[in-house]
Design a protein around this ligand. Structure first.
Ligand code: NAG
Ligand code: NAG
Ligand code: NAG
Length: 343
């Protein structure tokens, strides 16, 4: 383990070990998930309409039959706005807030916007970026395979087009960002491709924030082999997640997984938004993530790669890690830069 795990604070190490244990204990070899076990041990936070640390939250239903909903995070104190700031000499500020549509990670099989990790992460994004955050609950595998997750993401965008009034008045839907971590970043990518093709009326997706995206392929990369002892995203776990995600009979070179491989979608002709990709040196997925970034560049898209050489998969959920705060600040800078370039 010593060469596959860097030195991390004990709390982070303990959380990562417990999550890995819980994922393993809940994932059955016959390709089902023991939901009762997982839900019993998973920690969740309720929405809170009373502001806590300058953020209030509320859950909004999108459709009941697929249990699609989102947790809406609204900043409630005046802050430095990451987008447009107009005013007369700075005396009065009329602010419009960018909107981050966020997809949580968990191998497509686990977690939700109410998991304490993602609830806390979205609160930090809301407060620090000073943005409205829409954190989406989508259907999970293995009960629901590809493309249910992408369909649910699309349902949320359509819902917001028709029901903008559920957002705070100062939310500016012409400045929306899709964002996600791990499998959520895979979802955000494929949803971005869909939006580029089909278009939306009022909502404008102007940027993509891709945090340690979950991609893969049949081939084993150097990082996957070298870091295979890693918690959370060992090959045994990622293989299981892909197997229960993909349509029966497909392998990991499916276009949803090996996004830069032979079955990949050519993005050159699409108006794909500017993208920021975060990777970690101790994340076994980092070769796939670098390929993703290189392929965006190859297709002629604006993309930025930020590497944290000493970080593992999911380091961003630990607010005590300085790198986690740094990541939030880089997301803030990215959103501010892209928003301002659209003024
Ligand atoms: C998988 O295994 C569990 C527990 O052993 C069992 O309850 C379930 O019915 C099995 N499902 C399938 C589809 O084989
Ligand atoms: C907008 O909200 C209404 C009321 O909740 C709902 O019936 C409708 O389906 C929503 N629109 C979309 C596109 O989801
Ligand atoms: C997956 O995609 C990569 C490009 O990133 C490609 O080199 C590789 O051949 C693909 N995998 C397979 C087994 O086709």
């Amino acid at each position: 383990m010593s060469d596959s795990t860097p030195l991390l604070p004990w709390k982070a190490r303990a959380t990562i070990s417990l999550l890995s244990l819980l994922f393993d204990a809940s994932s059955r070899s016959n390709g089902t998930v023991n939901r009762r076990l997982f839900n019993f041990f998973s920690l969740n936070a309720s929405p809170n309409s009373t502001p806590v640390n300058g953020v209030s939250t509320k859950d909004i239903t999108v459709n009941t039959e697929n249990n699609v909903w989102f947790r809406l995070f609204t900043p409630t104190v005046a802050g430095e706005v990451a987008g447009e700031v107009t005013g007369d000499g700075g005396a009065t500020k009329t602010t419009s807030l960018p909107v981050i549509i966020y997809f949580h990670g968990g191998g497509f099989s686990f977690l939700s916007p109410s998991s304490i990790y993602h609830d806390a992460l979205c609160r930090r994004l809301c407060r620090e970026v000073f943005a409205v955050v829409v954190s989406v609950n989508y259907r999970l595998t293995p009960e629901h395979r590809y493309p249910s997750q992408y369909d649910d993401g699309e349902a949320v965008l359509k819902f917001l087009e028709e029901n903008k009034t559920v957002l705070p008045e100062n939310a500016d839907v012409s400045k929306c960002f899709l964002a996600g971590d791990s499998s959520g970043a895979n979802l955000a990518h494929h949803l971005t491709v869909r939006v580029c093709k089909a278009g939306l009326r009022e909502i404008r997706i102007i940027g993509l924030v891709s945090i340690q995206p979950f991609f893969g392929g049949e081939e084993r990369t150097e990082a996957e082999i070298k870091l295979d002892g890693s918690p959370l995203v060992s090959m045994a776990r990622t293989d299981w997640w892909w197997k229960v995600f993909l349509p029966e009979g497909s392998n990991r070179d499916h276009g949803a997984v090996n996004v830069s491989g032979p079955n990949a979608e050519d993005l050159s002709g699409l108006d794909f938004p500017e993208t920021i990709v975060f990777i970690g040196g101790f994340d076994p997925l980092n070769d796939w993530q670098k390929r993703y970034y290189n392929w965006l560049k190859k297709c002629g898209k604006k993309a930025e790669l930020i590497e944290y050489p000493n970080m593992v998969h999911v380091f961003y959920i630990f607010p005590d890690l300085p790198e986690s705060t740094q990541l939030i600040m880089q997301v803030k800078d990215f959103i501010s830069k892209v928003s301002n370039s659209r003024l």
